[in-house]
Ligand binder design. Sequence first.
Ligand code: FAD
Length: 393
Amino acid sequence: MTMEATAQELDFYLFDELLTDEERRYRERVRAFCDEEVIPIINPYWDRAEFPFELVPKLAALNIVGGTIRGYGCPGMSSVAAGLVGMELSRGDGSFSTFFAVTSGLATTSIYQCGSEEQRQQWLPALAKLEKIGAFALTEPDVGSDASHVQTTARRVGDRYVLNGSKRWIGNATFADVTIVWARDEESGRVGGFLVEKGTPGFEAKPIEGKMTMRALINADITLKNCEIPESNRLAQAYSFKDTANVLKNTRYTIAWQAVGHGLAAFELAREYAVQRKQFGRPLASFQLIQQKLVHMLSEVTSMQLLTWRLGHLRDEGKMTEGMASLAKQSNSARARAVVALGREILGGNGVLLEHHMARHFADMEAVYTYEGSNEINTLIVGREITGIQAFT
Ligand SMILES: Cc1cc2nc3c(=O)[nH]c(=O)nc-3n(C[C@H](O)[C@H](O)[C@H](O)COP(=O)(O)OP(=O)(O)OC[C@H]3O[C@@H](n4cnc5c(N)ncnc54)[C@H](O)[C@@H]3O)c2cc1C
C-alpha cells in the first residue's frame, strides 16, 4: 500500500474539504518534506540522540517559520495552516517537530508578542529564515509546573542586567543563537524575558543525557552565573508572568496539533501493518479485536482534528481563551498517548523496534503529554476558567 492510498483512506470525514487551498498546500508541502527528507533518515539520529542539522536548510526552504505572524519575513498563514504544519511535522518526527516548535513557536512568538519594534526587526527576519535559531528557557530544576515562581534572577546594574540561576529541559539551547530566559527582576519582583545571545559569558548549556523520548531533540541544563546582557536585550513588553502565559496560550494551540500528528502516524502505520501481517493464516486486520482498536484510533484522530480545526478558527477570530487552548492541549495529548499505545500494541514485538517507526511515536508522545504544561496543569487551567476557582496554588 502506498502512503498516498493510506492518507486518502484516512480522511474518513473528508477533513480536507474544510481546508482552504492555501492550507491544503501547506499541509501537502510539509507532508512531502517529511515523507521524502525526514522519515527516511530520522531513526539513526533518534537512536544516537543526535540532532539532524542536515535538515535545517531544507526546512528553511519551506518558508513556514513564524507561522501566523505577518510581516518580518514570516509567512502570515492562517492558524489552521500553522496547526497543520505542526501536525505534519509530528507525523514525520516528534524531535524535529519540537525543534521547530521551540524556535518558530516559543522563541519567535515571545519576541513577536513581547518585544519592542526594534527587537522584532532585529530577530524575527533571521529567525524566519532559520539563519538564527531560538530557545525558550522557563523551566528550572526546582520549578516546573509552578512556572510563575521561577527563581532565576535579573539584577539591573547600570545599563546592563546580570542573570543568575539555572534552567532545565531547554530545547535547542546548546546551539541556539538566542535563548529567551524568563527571570525574576530583583527590583520589581516580576517575571521578565531576557534575550541571551550565543557565546555570552556566564551562560552554559549542557545536554541532558539518557532521554527515552524525543531523543533527536537536544534538551539542556543551563547555568547562568553572573551572565551580563545589555539592558536593550530585555523584552520590552514582557511585564509579568501574564505575558509569558499569553505566549504559552498560543504555543499550546500548536502542541495540540502535534498530538494529532503522532496519532495520525500511529493510525497509518498500524493500519498498514495490520493489513499486511498474517497470523493464524489471515491478516491481523481480519480479526475483530484488531479492527476495534483501529476504529478507536481513527475515531480519536478524527475527533482531535475537528476540535483543533475549530480552535484554529476561534484563534483567528481572536476568541481563543487560555482555557480553550489548554483544553485542546490536554485532551489531544491524552487521546494521542492512548492512540500510539494501541498502535504499538498492534505491531506486537515490531512495535518496540525503531525500524517500524511506531516505537518513536510511542516514546515521543510522552514528551508532548508533559511539556508546555503537563496534562494536570492544563486540566487545572480549564478548571479555573469554568469554575472561577484556581485549584493549583
Ligand atoms: C522533552 C522535553 C522538552 C522540554 N522543553 C522545554 C523547553 O524548551 N523550555 C522549557 O522551559 N521547558 C521545557 N520542558 C519542561 C516541561 O515544560 C516541564 O517538564 C513541565 O512543565 C513539567 O514540569 P516538571 O517536569 O518539573 O514536573 P513537575 O512540575 O515536578 O510535576 C510532576 C508531576 O506532578 C504533577 N503536578 C504538579 N503540580 C500539580 C498540581 N498542582 N496538581 C496536580 N498535579 C500536579 C505534574 O502534572 C506532573 O505529572 C521540556 C520537557 C521535556 C520532557
